[in-house]
Design a protein around this ligand. Structure first.
Ligand code: PGA
Length: 255
C-alpha cells in the first residue's frame, strides 16, 4: 500500500443548499482558511451556483465541481445539463452516481457509467460514488456490491482516463445520519474499491487511484478516517457548509 502515490482530495458536496449569493459568501469565507492546503480542495455546488462559485474561487486553490452531468451532448432532455455547458461555466470536477441520485432520481449503474464516460470524454475529473445500504451490509454483500458498482461505473473507461477518476466510497447508512463508518470500516470499503480497480486495471494502477470516504465525515473524525492507508480524501456533505469545519478537514488531509 503506497498512500504517497495518491493525491489527497477533499471535496465538498453542497447538495441542494446555498443560493448563488450564499455560495459566494461561503467561498469568500473559506478561501483564506484553506489557502495553504497540501491536498486538492474542491467544492461541488448546485448548477445554478456554478457561475458565482467559479467567480468567487478565482485565483484561489479551490476548484469548482458540479453535482451531476448528463451523458448526451445536447437535445430534448428537459432539466438536464451537458458537458459543454459545464465546461464553459468553468467546472473542473463532476460528482456522479451519488446515492441520493440513485435513491431518489432513478440513477442506475448503467447511467452512472454513461455519465462517467461523458465526464471523462469532456476532460473533467469524475468523482464517482459507490456504497452499500445498511440492509446490503447486514446481508454480507458489501464487498460484492462495492466491486460490482465500481466495475460497472468504470466499464469502457481506459487506463489513461482512469487518471481523472476519483471513487468515493459512501456507505448509504452513513450519509447525513451522523453515523460515521468506523475508520476500519472506511478503510475496508475503500480497500474493496481498490481491489476491484486492481482486478480490472492491475495492482500498480489501482495504487495510484484516489479513493475517498464519504458519510458524516466531520471536523472531529476526519483525522482518524484520513489516517487510514486506503482513505485518500473525503467527500463531505454537511460539514462542507461550514467554512471552519471544512477547513479543519482540509488540514487533516494535508498532513
Ligand atoms: P454527509 O454527506 O457528509 O452529510 O454525510 C456526504 C455525502 O453525501 O457526500
Amino acid at each position: 500500500m503506497k498512500k504517497d502515490l495518491r493525491r489527497a482530495v477533499i471535496a465538498g458536496n453542497w447538495k441542494m443548499n446555498k443560493t448563488p449569493s450564499e455560495a459566494k459568501a461561503l467561498i469568500e469565507e473559506m478561501k483564506p482558511l484553506v489557502a495553504d492546503a497540501k491536498c486538492d480542495v474542491v467544492l461541488c455546488v448546485p448548477f445554478i451556483d456554478i457561475p458565482a462559485a467559479v467567480e468567487a474561487a478565482k485565483g484561489s486553490n479551490i476548484k469548482i465541481g458540479a453535482e451531476n452531468i448528463h451523458f448526451k451532448a445536447s437535445g430534448a432532455y428537459t432539466g438536464e445539463v451537458s458537458a459543454d455547458m459545464l465546461k464553459e461555466a468553468g467546472v473542473e470536477y463532476v460528482v456522479i452516481g451519488h446515492s441520493e441520485r440513485r435513491q431518489y432520481f432513478g440513477e442506475t449503474d448503467q447511467t452512472v457509467n454513461l455519465r462517467t464516460l461523458a465526464a471523462l470524454n469532456a476532460g473533467f475529473k469524475a468523482i464517482v460514488c459507490v456504497g452499500e445500504t445498511l440492509e446490503q451490509r447486514e446481508l454480507g454483500y458489501t464487498e460484492t456490491l462495492l466491486k460490482y458498482q465500481t466495475k460497472m461505473a468504470l466499464t469502457n473507461v481506459t487506463a489513461e482516463q482512469l487518471k481523472n477518476v476519483i471513487i468515493a466510497y459512501e456507505p448509504v447508512w452513513a450519509i447525513g445520519t451522523g453515523v460515521t463508518a468506523t475508520a476500519d470500516q472506511a478503510d475496508e470499503g475503500n480497500g474493496f474499491v481498490r481491489a476491484a480497480i486492481a482486478e480490472s486495471y492491475g495492482a500498480d494502477v489501482a495504487e495510484t487511484v484516489t479513493v475517498q470516504y464519504g458519510g458524516s465525515m466531520n471536523a472531529k473524525n476526519a483525522d482518524e478516517l484520513l489516517s487510514k492507508v486506503n482513505v485518500d480524501g473525503g467527500l463531505i456533505g454537511g460539514a462542507s457548509l461550514k467554512a471552519e469545519d471544512f477547513a479543519i478537514i482540509v488540514k487533516a488531509a494535508s498532513k
